[in-house]
Design a protein around this ligand. Sequence first.
Ligand SMILES: [Zn+2]
Length: 283
Amino acid sequence: MREDERARGLDRRLFLGGVGAAAAGAVVAGATGGSAWAAEDPGFEALPREMQAPEGDVSAQALRTFSRIDGTPVYYWRGNRGNTVLRDWRCTQGFYDRLVVWIRDLRDLSSDGGFGGVKFLVSAGFYVNRSGQHGAGTAMDLDLVRWNGGRQSSMLDGHHAASDRTLRRRYLAVDATCRRRFRYVLDGWYNSAHRDHIHADFGGLPTLCQKGSSSDTRFVQAMCNNFMGSGLAVDGIWGPNTDNAFGQAKNRLGISGNPHADLNAWRNMLARVARHGFRDEAF
Ligand SMILES: [Zn+2]
């Protein structure tokens, strides 16, 4: 977790106006999970063989049972909306540890935007008995975030496509926090299977902005449209217009490193996107 703490300190220095801090970003060793963004989780369908958990993998490593992430309850609303009965979720210890890092990010970044504490989360699942990252206990399907004071971001209600831009920006903020800590992240812009949740997993770390990734490209296009009015087609194809808009966003957010190659540059950019999203501010 040391690199995460360092990255967090770096983010805060950047946010507070430190110049050139990104250049000091240390190279963080991450598990490079295979080659291709082409192997993105297509939702609830069968995954390519190379993305499936090896036989016996899950039974070999103990799954941890939890009802809260770092003290915050995680509810299940599929089929029973508003339900606040605690339930047992399961994932690997390593994934749980990452969930803790993620929710602390979410709290910090939304707090900077004037939000209260995170009251609860709603999920559609973590470990699920099927192939892929869910079957390995290394994935989360996020349905909703509720803050103290009543504000929420509801993937379940398709807030990525809400008529209210404030809600779309807030969704992008939550999306950005996921992208700081997980890969792959699949959202409502990615495909219709993800119109009602954000999928976040451990495949293909480290987190970088990949031009060849449809998921990353759609996120960037939606981000540029909602914060800068770029008017891009959200088609997952990284063309010249997307490249120009991304460069503009990077400049306006004061990111000096290369988010396509430098993990800290991308994480810092995502933190700034999240802060703008929670504050409902253009950039
Ligand atoms: Zn999922």
